[in-house]
Design a protein around this ligand. Structure first.
Ligand SMILES: C[S@@+](CC[C@H](N)C(=O)[O-])C[C@H]1O[C@@H](n2cnc3c(N)ncnc32)[C@H](O)[C@@H]1O
Length: 263
């Protein structure tokens, strides 16, 4: 099988992540940072109906309807988690409802979980309480390790959304936000996996931070966009003749096992 795109830092596979990931081996990713689609049944099925000539009927939401999504996510995790190193971290974007659906599956696969909040700084969709944040479900094992660049930061990540005029995907995530998850959990040269790549924002953020990245995307048009964006980012081998990625987060103390700037 041939990747759709490859450079010195990024590999993109075109296809369903549940088919591709089991072919890529085990324990090679230092972080999974992803943003899967949500398809909550209650927003898909009509809640009020009026049979012809009949009275209006109200169909309350059933939690059991979310089983479709829960089962799908469980299969996605079964494909993703074997790729993750036992020293790695897992991050998935969620909305309020999908957080509750994803949580039990993540809970049973990892030792610790944490809710991070992406604070967008300004309101978006809505009538009164405008949507100004998204949730990120983060999980780790007892054996997971932070990177040499990790430093204490709040669990609320403040980053402006990508401007609609600059987006190449309807729900594109800003690279700075993704970098804030990648840098503390992956050392330079470690590999980040995004099984729902979209326009490639995670891959681009990883490449810019001197990490490597593997993405999987089912729609070819998004593979094309992701490949173009990654290709336009200079390879760090070319940008810096030493082959060492540039330092991004100065001033922190050196964690055990991390080398000093002089090696
Ligand atoms: C929420 S978007 C990701 C957006 C991305 N974070 C960005 O910044 O552009 C989810 C992506 O997953 C892709 N997708 C959906 N099901 C998939 C699957 N089974 N395997 C791989 N990709 C899939 C969709 O085509 C969509 O582009």
């Amino acid at each position: 099988m041939k990747p759709y795109y490859q450079d010195s830092a990024v590999t993109i596979w075109h296809g369903d992540c549940q088919d591709i990931l089991p072919t890529l081996g085990e324990a090679w990713a230092k972080a999974i940072v992803t943003d899967p689609p949500f398809f909550m049944p209650a927003t898909t099925y009509p809640m009020i109906s009026q049979p012809r000539g009949g009275t209006v009927e109200f169909h309350p939401r059933q939690w059991g309807d979310t089983n479709i999504m829960g089962t799908w996510f469980k299969h996605v995790l079964s494909a993703c988690v074997p790729c993750l190193s036992l020293t790695g971290h897992f991050f998935t974007f969620c909305n309020t409802d999908s957080y509750a659906v994803f949580f039990p599956h993540v809970y049973s696969r990892f030792h610790f979980s944490q809710c991070l909040v992406w604070d967008k700084g300004r309101g978006g969709l809505g009538k009164v309480f405008l949507h100004a944040h998204e949730l990120i479900l983060m999980a780790r094992w007892k054996t997971s390790e932070f990177s040499c660049d990790a430093k204490p930061t709040p669990d609320i990540l403040r980053h402006s959304p990508t401007a609609p005029t600059q987006r190449e995907h309807p729900v594109e995530k800003p690279e700075a936000l993704l970098e804030a998850m990648i840098v503390p959990t992956c050392n330079a040269g470690d590999v980040v996996l995004d099984p729902f790549t979209g326009s490639g924002s995670t891959l681009l953020a990883a490449k810019r931070a001197g990490r490597k990245a593997v993405g999987v995307e089912v729609e070819e048009r998004f593979c094309e966009i992701a490949a173009r964006r990654c290709a336009s980012e200079m390879d760090f081998g070319t940008a810096n003749p030493t082959g060492q990625p540039p330092p991004r987060f100065g001033g922190g103390s050196v964690a055990p096992g991390c080398s000093t700037p002089n090696g």
